[in-house]
Design a binder for this molecule. Structure first.
Ligand SMILES: [Zn+2]
Length: 129
């Protein structure tokens, strides 16, 4: 009986652990490089939060300046951050985004009254923008 796709993959992983590991490392390195590239662009040339200057990349992310991230994710089917970064590059770095750390994202959300519910029609009460 022929092996199913999943069984074939499992067998391949067992027989070629070195190749599988190398591929995973390459893919992770590519993701890290892409994230750094996109965050630097939207950080105005710095790999840092545009609001507070935070540089630890683990907590940096792309902020939708006027909100609407949830709707965008639903409309474009961009499920992962990697897919979103690739989309931004492909679109030629569209306007309307900025690099923020998670603290600043939460503060912005709280100030906009976005906590947990969609409220894109509220005015932006975000200092410095
Ligand atoms: Zn920040």
């Amino acid at each position: 009986m022929a092996l199913s796709g999943k069984e074939r993959q499992r067998k391949y992983r067992q027989n070629h652990p070195d190749k599988v590991m190398r591929r995973a490392e390459n893919s992770k390195a590519k993701h890290v490089a892409l994230k750094a590239q996109v965050l630097t662009y939207y950080g105005n040339g710095k790999l840092a939060c545009v609001q507070c200057g935070e540089t630890r990349t683990a907590c940096l992310s792309i902020d939708h300046i006027n909100g609407g991230g949830t709707e965008q994710r639903a409309n474009t089917k961009l499920r992962s951050s990697n897919a979103f970064y690739r989309w931004l590059v492909k679109k030629g770095y569209p306007k309307g985004y900025q690099t923020l750390c998670m603290n600043c994202q939460f503060i912005k959300k709280a100030e906009r009254g976005e906590q947990g519910k969609r409220n894109a029609s509220k005015p932006i009460l975000w200092r410095g923008l």
